[in-house]
Ligand binder design. Structure first.
Ligand code: V47
Length: 364
């Protein structure tokens, strides 16, 4: 087996992986440039197995996007719309509560809720959303508001990010999803999302959340105009932040969907690039417990294969995904838990239903 990795020119990296040594950015570059996808998978699988054994996780969750009205209007996003646009929407508190009521019979343990940067919804709206959901489903874990939204809410509240997070926690916030990270590079942000909170700003909100006892996820939106070095710098910034705080749960590479965006001339990512991003992330992010293959973006079949390329999590049942579907995703709106279990089992892994914080709820 070692000779196959040596033939791929990665013998020294295999030695580092076996010795649990940190990979350098140069190592990362060689991994991205390596055409031998099986060699990358083999290396990433060593780390996956060390951290998660044969387990592959999924969660019973519900997505709610309370509004797509957004002042940032990022070039890669088909979801965010200017106020007054004919596809712009915002849900009332009652609409959101109704969404939760509609699925009360299902054993949902997490509500994942994000929206745009709305110009005039008041701070109280966001607190009421959290309280309203908890009123109907007191036991559910609410993973809500990206670090970009949290920064906006702190500005609305006229309070520090830390004080705002304390109030949100009090109202029911359980953890923070990984969106809004995009690619931290100032060049990429300038070209694609100049109005958005900076990469450093996103990381600072993250550090504050971790200090206040809130776990968060991290994402990277790849496959548009970013370079390999910019991807690696993004991963390195996450790795350094995790060294400081230890508060990240999972990393989720997000494959760019161009349809209906201002970058619609670009093509979709390939399966090889999707698997490479999973594998390189698993190898570079040696201090992240989990790497998620988000089936909504890369499709359930490739997400299943990704379980042999470094991923240990397929996300969840989801239902009513809007952000990727507005950008042309052709995946289903939801996967039943039985389908997730079958996909995981056929990949040779042990299906594990988890809660948001990766406590094991059920094995199959
Ligand atoms: O923040 C926007 C990205 C994110 C596009 O934390 C796009 O577990 C692809 O963050 N093509 C939202 N991606 C989704 C997200 C997420 C999803 C699932 C699980 C978790 C988690 C987080 O989607 C946005 C943005 O980075 N995005 N437009 C697009 N056209």
């Amino acid at each position: 087996m070692d000779s196959f990795i040596e033939q791929a020119g990665l013998g020294d990296i295999l030695a580092k992986v076996r010795n649990e040594e940190r990979l350098s950015l140069e190592d990362g570059r060689r991994l991205y440039e390596c055409p031998d996808i099986l060699a990358l998978g083999y290396l990433a699988n060593i780390v996956r197995e060390r951290k998660n054994g044969n387990r592959a996780y999924f969660i019973y969750n519900q997505h709610i996007n309370y509004s797509n009205v957004c002042t940032n209007l990022c070039k890669f996003c088909a979801f965010g719309k200017e106020k007054g646009h004919d596809q712009a929407y915002e849900m009332s508190l009652e609409d959101v509560k109704e969404k939760v009521r509609e699925r009360l019979e299902e054993p949902i343990t997490e509500i994942h809720m994000v929206g745009g940067i709305h110009p005039d919804l008041p701070y109280s709206y966001y607190l009421d959303l959290l309280r309203g959901i908890k009123e109907i489903r007191p036991d559910v874990h609410i993973q809500a508001f990206t670090c970009v939204e949290i920064h906006h809410l702190a500005e609305l509240a006229g309070k520090s990010v830390g004080d705002t997070l304390e109030e949100l926690k009090e109202a029911g916030l359980g953890s923070i999803p990984g969106g809004g990270a995009e690619v931290f590079s100032p060049r990429i942000r300038e070209l694609t999302c100049e109005k958005k909170l900076s990469g450093e700003g996103w990381l600072e909100v993250t550090r504050t959340a971790h200090r206040h006892g809130l776990n968060t996820n991290a994402t990277m939106l790849y496959g548009h105009i970013e370079t390999i070095d910019e991807r690696l710098e993004h991963l390195d910034a996450l790795r350094r932040t995790q060294d400081e705080t230890g508060g990240f749960l999972a990393f989720i590479p997000l494959s760019f969907h161009p349809k209906n965006t201002e970058l619609s001339q670009l093509s979709r990512t390939t399966g090889v690039d999707d698997l490479k991003n999973i594998a390189v992330a698993r190898l570079m992010l040696d201090n992240f417990p989990h790497i998620k293959a988000y089936w909504v973006m890369i499709g359930p079949k490739l997400a299943q294969v990704a379980l042999s390329f470094g991923a240990d999590d397929m996300d969840g049942t989801v239902k009513e995904e809007i952000i990727t579907h507005m950008a042309g995703a052709e995946t289903e709106q939801a996967l039943g838990h039985r389908t997730l279990i079958k996909l995981i089992r056929e990949a040779g892994r042990e299906p594990v239903e988890r809660d948001t914080l990766y406590n094991i709820l059920q094995t199959f």
